[in-house]
Design a protein around this ligand. Structure first.
Ligand code: GAR
Length: 211
């Protein structure tokens, strides 16, 4: 499976994917920002990098067309958004239908969009987490492949909560890509996803607060 990863900044999720020894070929890492720290990390792993700077295009459609051109040079089976912080046009999303996934720092459908950790604290939820999902035209609303939950603690700040979630992002994302590579992910007609061969951890629910 040929995988192209899109990033915008730090690239820690990308790094987790590159270091997970997945049975895939990372064909390229592409950033919309030339200053993204993740580009150097990708190059250090021997993965080809490219920049398609959104600031050089007059509108979203022109940027997305250039981005798709760069992606498609690498003939990907899967395109992975790993901290890619641009809204994508419907045309772009449709072009990659069924082979475009994203990681979002919340338990969707709660807290789509930005500032998820501060919003989770403000809402008083006791469980928060992250979601790997297929990308569809509606932002952060596509079929959910996998989720990881963490407790929210009384004295959390957005930064502490973000760090707790990020550790789980780094576990969850490689697992989801491994399932996709193994052909175990079944996107059903009703818009839900079944992953073949996974076990339900009955009795191992995360309760928060704990005793
Ligand atoms: C991650 O927490 C990711 O879930 C989030 O940005 C961060 C990127 O960190 N993505 C979004 O908010 C997408 N809307 P990273 O560059 O270190 O992977």
């Amino acid at each position: 499976m040929r995988v192209v990863i899109l990033i915008s900044g730090r690239g820690s999720n990308m790094q987790a994917l590159l270091e997970a020894q997945l049975p895939v070929e990372f064909a390229a890492v592409i950033s919309n920002r030339p200053e993204a720290q993740g580009l150097a990390i990708a190059a250090g792993h021997g993965v080809p990098t490219a920049v398609v700077d959104h600031r050089r295009f007059p509108d979203r459609a022109a940027f997305d067309a250039a981005l798709a051109g760069e992606i498609d040079r690498h003939r990907p089976d899967l395109v992975v958004l790993a901290g890619f912080m641009r809204l994508l046009t419907d045309g772009f999303v449709r072009h990659y239908e069924g082979r475009l996934i994203n990681i979002h720092p919340a338990l969707l459908p709660a807290f789509p969009g930005l500032d998820t950790h501060a919003r989770a604290l403000a809402a008083g939820v006791k469980l928060h987490g992250c979601t790997v999902h297929y990308v569809t035209p509606e932002v952060d609303a596509g079929p959910i492949i996998a989720q990881a939950a963490v407790p929210v603690l009384d004295d959390d700040t957005p930064e502490r909560l973000a760090a707790r979630v990020l550790r789980q992002e780094h576990r969850l994302f490689p697992r989801a890509v491994a399932w996709l590579a193994a052909g175990r992910v079944n996107l059903r007609e009703d818009g839900t996803v079944a992953v073949a061969g996974t076990a339900a951890l009955d009795g191992e629910a995360l309760l928060a607060p704990g005793d």
